[in-house]
Design a protein around this ligand. Structure first.
Ligand code: RTP
Ligand code: MG
Length: 148
């Protein structure tokens, strides 16, 4: 099974969407193996979004992601990275397919509610940035035989 890093961004927390968004992933069949609320320190935000450091939106992006608490999680499942990206929809909520999380809850590219790793390599890197190994929980779910 594959793991991916997912984060409910500060706007999602402020707008009381934490329960709804986690419920989307849970109901889909993804397994939560790590979960915490945190405020992202600036250096972690800059590392997390390091690939964008030369882009014009980097400064505002780091301001936004450090502006309030986030809910960070690690989700596990078959093709978890792609599954989460499909469920989130395009970066710009205006372009996101109907029914996706960003289309449902977002209005603006700079306030798009949720983050998900864009590849298995990014997932590995981001999970290591945000979680220590002891914070990730290995457990069996009986329901998995009805999902797979
Ligand atoms: P994320 O990393 O946050 O999950 O979003 P993503 O993969 O869909 O998009 P990415 O290209 O990685 O961009 C990271 C975040 O930067 C903001 N952004 N603003 N103004 C712009 O043109 C622009 N482009 C990207 C978005 O908030 C995006 O989520
Ligand atoms: Mg990205």
């Amino acid at each position: 099974m594959e793991r991916t890093f997912v984060m409910i961004k500060p706007d999602g927390v402020q707008r009381n969407l934490v329960g709804n968004i986690i419920a989307c992933f849970e109901k889909k069949g993804l397994k939560i193996v790590g979960l915490k609320m945190m405020r992202i320190p600036r250096d972690l935000a800059e590392k997390h979004y390091g690939e964008h450091k030369d882009k014009p939106f980097f400064g505002p992006l780091v301001e936004y992601i450090t502006s309030g608490p986030v809910v960070a999680m690690v989700l596990e499942g078959k093709d978890a990275v792609t599954t989460v990206r499909e469920m989130m929809g395009a970066t710009n909520p205006l372009k996101a397919a109907p029914g996706t999380i960003r289309a449902t809850y977002g209005m603006d590219i700079g306030r798009n509610v949720v983050h998900g790793s864009d590849s298995p390599a990014s997932a590995g890197r981001e999970i290591n940035l945000f979680f220590s190994p002891e914070e990730l929980v290995d457990y069996r779910r009986d329901v998995d035989r009805w999902i797979y």
